[in-house]
Design a protein around this ligand. Structure first.
Ligand SMILES: [Zn+2]
Length: 337
């Protein structure tokens, strides 16, 4: 496959559309666009967020002369977000169309509350649309196992993105039956692995040619189970969290690592003990800064998830940087360090 043909199967054409560029962006263009978005975000949160007005009082956006300058800014922790969620909200109340409540650790204590605007939701649907186009086209039938009854929930946004591709979306009333008709299945790794286990002996060859695993850590056992039920299907993995606006990074047809949604997120890998940025290739905690969120932009947010940068260019040709598979600290230590 030549370079341009390969890129058609990546998310990069979407980057060009999203940034309204005349050509596909190169790495330098992404860095410059991220720096501009970072300065705009800092300006926005200093103006609108009660929390950042205080913590970033001494920071001026024009001091950020390159992306590394972000290391001068303080971290934001999940505990700070839970203690005073409204202090992080930026857009006026009438523009906040949805508020999502999340536990911090365990089920007790204050909850993190993320407020989003209509434009935040649209950017997420647009990103999911670009991601789903890697898996499916208008001729596909997609079984989405994520709950989608709540408007603007992850499942609902994914359904809307999938319909935008033109696919038929199947609601999971009886997944074991519906998977016989589906050509793509999306859901939590555990959900899909469970369905796969129930379908280990298909009565007839299935049409399932792709699977998207999202919103949870992906175990090797889940992958094995899925490939046994639907031999030859292509497995895509997505990493994201609600605080990121659901979407964070997605794998490509090469299947190694996740290309980061760099239009909307600036990601750093830090040493969780010292807070220092780690060299590329070393495992550490994922810290992210929102580059486009209007409702609840977060600056250097400690995700509690662990990964590392993959340093080699991806054979798919995408300019977007890749994270290795994501895990919690214990899992990362056990399997990868
Ligand atoms: Zn790739």
């Amino acid at each position: 496959m030549n370079h341009n043909r390969r890129l058609e199967k990546t998310i990069d054409p979407w980057l060009q559309h999203r940034y309204q560029l005349k050509q596909l962006p190169d790495r330098q263009a992404i860095i410059e666009l991220q720096l501009q978005a970072l300065r705009e975000t800092i300006t926005w949160v200093k103006q609108e967020s009660a929390f950042y007005k205080q913590t970033l009082a001494d920071i001026e956006p024009q001091q950020l002369t390159d992306l590394q300058a972000i290391e001068k800014l303080p971290f934001t922790t999940p505990e700070q977000l839970a203690q005073n969620p409204e202090g992080f909200w930026c857009a006026p109340g009438r523009e906040l169309v949805r508020i999502v409540s999340l536990n911090t650790s365990g089920t007790t204590g204050p909850k993190k509350r993320i407020a989003v605007t209509e434009s935040d939701l649209e950017r997420t649907i647009d990103y999911f649309h670009a991601g789903m186009r890697l898996l499916v086209d208008a001729s596909d039938r997609v079984l989405n196992l994520f709950p989608s009854q709540t408007p603007d929930s992850l499942g609902d946004l994914l359904n809307r993105a999938t319909m935008r591709v033109g696919c038929q979306v199947m609601t999971p009333a009886s997944p074991a039956e519906e998977q016989k008709q589906a050509s793509c299945i999306t859901g939590l790794p555990g959900q899909i692995a469970e369905l796969a286990a129930a379908c280990q002996k298909p009565e007839r060859p299935t049409d399932v040619s792709s699977v998207l695993l999202s919103a949870d850590f992906v175990s090797r056992a889940s992958v094995r189970s899925i490939l046994k039920a639907w031999p030859g299907c292509r497995i895509y993995e997505h990493y994201g969290m609600t605080e990121m606006g659901f979407g964070g990074a997605v794998s490509c047809f090469v299947g190694t690592g996740y290309h980061v949604r760099e239009t909307d997120l600036l990601i750093e890998i830090i040493d969780p003990k010292t807070g220092q940025t780690l060299p590329d290739g070393e495992f550490g905690e994922i810290v992210f800064t929102s580059l486009s969120s209007r409702g609840t932009p977060l600056i250097r947010y400690r995700s509690g998830d662990y990964s590392r940068w993959l340093t080699r260019a991806c054979p798919c040709g995408s300019v977007l940087r890749r994270l290795d598979r994501v895990g919690r600290r214990e899992q990362t230590k056990g399997s990868r360090s």
